[in-house]
Design a protein around this ligand. Structure first.
Ligand SMILES: *[C@@H]1O[C@H](CO)[C@@H](O)[C@H](O)[C@H]1NC(C)=O
Ligand SMILES: *[C@@H]1O[C@H](CO)[C@@H](O)[C@H](O)[C@H]1NC(C)=O
Ligand SMILES: *[C@@H]1O[C@H](CO)[C@@H](O)[C@H](O)[C@H]1NC(C)=O
Ligand SMILES: *[C@@H]1O[C@H](CO)[C@@H](O)[C@H](O)[C@H]1NC(C)=O
Ligand SMILES: *[C@@H]1O[C@H](CO)[C@@H](O)[C@H](O)[C@H]1NC(C)=O
Length: 375
């Protein structure tokens, strides 16, 4: 924090003990002097069963997986339960221990693993106490999770469900650079097709294959001999190309994010302007989505080197007011570790006006979204 650094420097000439005391004081004060106004966060669902096993996969047998393709596993449930507990620790006090509908709003992609991730996350965040205990032997209480049909959610499914996005996609597929990439990899696709039983003619076709191999490796399943030549390096390279392709142009980035930033900035605006009676915008908002949602948002923040988004990865935007009245946004990225994100062209604490200027360009209003997506 800039303001609290000043007294720290002045006492450098004093005794070591005093320095330590002041540094500790500065650390604490930097935490307590900033008032948290609002939080918006988005996470990826937890561990899941592969979306689509390839025809010649030795593990292509649903009974091995204990569920249907794409479903959240017990490991995934535990991941989100733990994340919910972590959120409780971080935001305890900001969020009451008793569930209060005016404080938190949860919205999920209408895909089972996302809905279930949100549910287990909330089980960790809101373990019932006092009057919220409704069945003593059950350490759980229901917390509402909102969702919107995929075709019109405008936040989570634009890449899949927006015809306007698809037009940009098709156009990008016809560029010389894209054609050249596929031509350069034709032999590679042939090798993959022959061994997997899939019909792989372009980089898009390898996404589920790479995903399945990655999950099987994580589950300690021995991968077939043929994968040695191509997994992980060569397949990862093409996978990363595929993921980046989804946001190949600024317009594709904007449509793929859909109405996410519109939601965040509208919420923050309410708290900056202290319209506390705007019940539509609770101070804490949680979005439960997919890896490509997280990837697209990281890209808009100027962070494009993390194509592989781990389960439960979370981007957190914290709207804060400093003791001197400055309003800023603190952005965090939580995977196994917690990283502060420095938005491209912004301080670690991004001045609110700068934040709005930078990300305002990404806003799609509901009308614009409907127009572009032809829904
Ligand atoms: C799938 O696994 C089950 C249990 O191991 C087995 O009974 C069944 O025959 C397998 N199905 C196929 C298609 O291999
Ligand atoms: C794409 O390649 C074709 C055929 O080689 C060429 O005629 C065309 O000018 C190229 N387009 C661009 C934009 O480079
Ligand atoms: C593989 O896919 C391509 C492109 O979609 C198609 O033209 C071709 O007929 C398919 N081949 C087989 C064997 O299904
Ligand atoms: C895979 O093996 C490692 C090392 O033995 C273990 O820690 C891990 O839990 C295993 N993963 C699964 C999904 O069983
Ligand atoms: C807050 O409530 C007042 C009085 O009911 C109303 O006039 C005003 O529009 C509300 N503000 C917002 C942002 O909803």
């Amino acid at each position: 924090m800039k303001s609290s650094n000043v007294p720290c420097v002045i006492v450098l000439t004093s005794s070591l003990i005093l320095i330590l005391v002041v540094i500790i004081y500065c650390k604490i004060s930097s935490v307590t002097n900033d008032e948290l106004l609002a939080v918006s966060l988005i996470f990826r669902h937890g561990d899941r069963i592969p979306n689509q096993l390839y025809p010649q996969d030795p593990y292509n047998n649903e009974s091995l997986w204990g569920g249907d393709p794409g479903e959240l596993t017990n490991i995934g449930k535990r991941q989100h339960f733990e994340l919910g507990k972590w959120l409780r620790k971080r935001y305890n006090g900001f969020l009451s221990l008793l569930y209060d509908k005016n404080e938190i709003y949860v919205i999920s992609s209408d895909v089972d693993r996302c809905l279930m991730s949100a549910a287990t996350n909330l089980a960790g965040l809101y373990e019932p106490i006092a009057q919220d205990i409704w069945k003593p032997e059950l350490n759980w209480q229901p917390i509402p999770i909102h969702t919107i049909p995929m075709q019109e959610d405008g936040i989570f499914q634009s890449i899949m469900e927006c015809p306007g996005y698809n037009k940009h996609w098709q156009k990008q597929l016809r560029t010389n650079a894209t054609k050249k990439f596929n031509e350069d990899h034709a032999k590679f696709y042939e090798y993959l097709s022959y061994n997997s039983g899939l019909n792989i003619t372009g980089f898009v076709d390898i996404i589920n294959l790479y995903d399945s191999l990655q999950i099987e490796e994580m589950y300690n399943m021995t991968l077939p001999e043929w994968t040695r030549m191509v997994y992980p390096e060569k397949l990862r390279e093409v996978f990363i190309y595929s993921v980046n392709f989804q946001t190949a142009t600024p317009e594709m980035v904007r449509i793929s994010l859909g109405r996410f930033y519109d939601n965040v900035l509208e919420q923050f605006k309410v708290f900056v302007e202290e319209k506390t009676n705007a019940s539509k915008y609770t101070k804490f908002r949680m979005f439960s989505g997919h890896d490509y949602n997280i990837f697209g948002i990281l890209k808009t923040l100027g962070i494009s080197d993390s194509s592989e988004i781990p389960y439960g990865a979370t981007i957190i935007f914290e709207l804060k007011r400093s003791a001197t009245g400055e309003i800023f946004v603190h952005t965090l990225y939580k995977t196994n570790e917690l990283k502060v994100l420095q938005i491209d062209g912004c301080d670690v604490n991004c001045d609110y006006k700068t934040f709005v200027e930078k990300l305002g360009k990404m806003i799609l209003s509901e009308e614009e979204y409907r127009y572009i997506c032809e829904i």
